[in-house]
Design a protein around this ligand. Sequence first.
Ligand code: PSV
Ligand code: MN
Length: 386
Amino acid sequence: MNDELKVALRGQRIETPSWAYANSGTRFKVFAQAGVPRNPEEKIADAAVVHRLTGVAPTVALHIPWDRVDDYAALSRYAADQGVGLGAINANVFQEDDYKLGSVTNPDPAVRRKAIDHLLECVDIMDATGSRDLKLWFSDGTNYPGQDSVRARQDRLAEALREVYDRLGEHQRMLLEYKLFEPAFYMTDVPDWGTAYAHCLALGPKAVVCIDTGHHAPGTNIEFIVAVLLRAGRLGAFDFNSRFYADDDLMVGAADPFQLFRIMHEIVSAGALAPEAGIAFMLDQCHNIEPKIPAIIRSVLNVQEATAKALLVDAAALAAAQYSGDVLAANSVLMDAFATDVRPLLADVRTEMNLDPDPVAAYHRSGYAEKIIADRVGGEQAGWGA
Ligand code: PSV
Ligand code: MN
């Protein structure tokens, strides 16, 4: 049993986001940190450090235009030299003045054209980087009742998604991400998993839903959404992070490790953990006040710990308790797994992978933090939005 579990943990893949390595903040203040990357290459170098120390973070997601370069094939080669690959390409149709009233749902056809062209450009980039996934999140929505027609906006969205979907290559996918609110406050055009799922169904099998764990109303049962989308074959990815209040983008597993465990339990029990199952486990976080690289390492470890606990659930005992209607026994099976301290097991897994059992301590000992602070002088630090 332990062997199988260790194989699953060794094979786990967690993608880190380029923007988490850059400066970020709230709308009140960005607190710059020393040594932060100044360009996509330096973000990739930091992601490679996280992978070298954890062994399970072999890809880094890009956000366009924040990570725009002249030669994406060269960027891909640079990443490979560092020991990582380029992952999902995240489109950005939320930061230009033209998008005040929406991007692909904007009432103005010229703005819609501009937004769709950007999404198509992202597919061109995927061709160059070899990325499988195009991640689409739209800030589109309205602030006031009556501001625009809900139905017309859905039509415009469907039309835009269709054009982009038809441009995808055979092995490329569209990840459609939903978000309840923000920046639009009355209505978001893709507010929930049901809306995202309905669009994906209409598009075809290459369109799948991305669950950002921070994008729900408080109290939402996210693991239920996971189960339903898995059953429908339309769960494509996670944007992992933690929230206390809204879209807080804190470290995954920090606010509610039990929720993360419940999510991973649905994944494990559906046999969807291995990369071949096609679920991309990505982080989408901002480290506004804490040092970024150790925070990202900590996040990877938090996902691993939740996964190890989910793998420890005694599936046979759970099924027997469920079948016999033994409510308390069934619940105990889950709670026993959740209460297990899996840190020694994960330390063993790392040792067997020739890694330091404590990646955070190894990072602090490595001198990398001091090196980037000394090296990365001059130039402009990348920030959320650059
Ligand atoms: C939107 O809140 C979001 O979750 C989308 O995934 C964006 O691409 C990302 O955040 C930007 O940090
Ligand atoms: Mn996200």
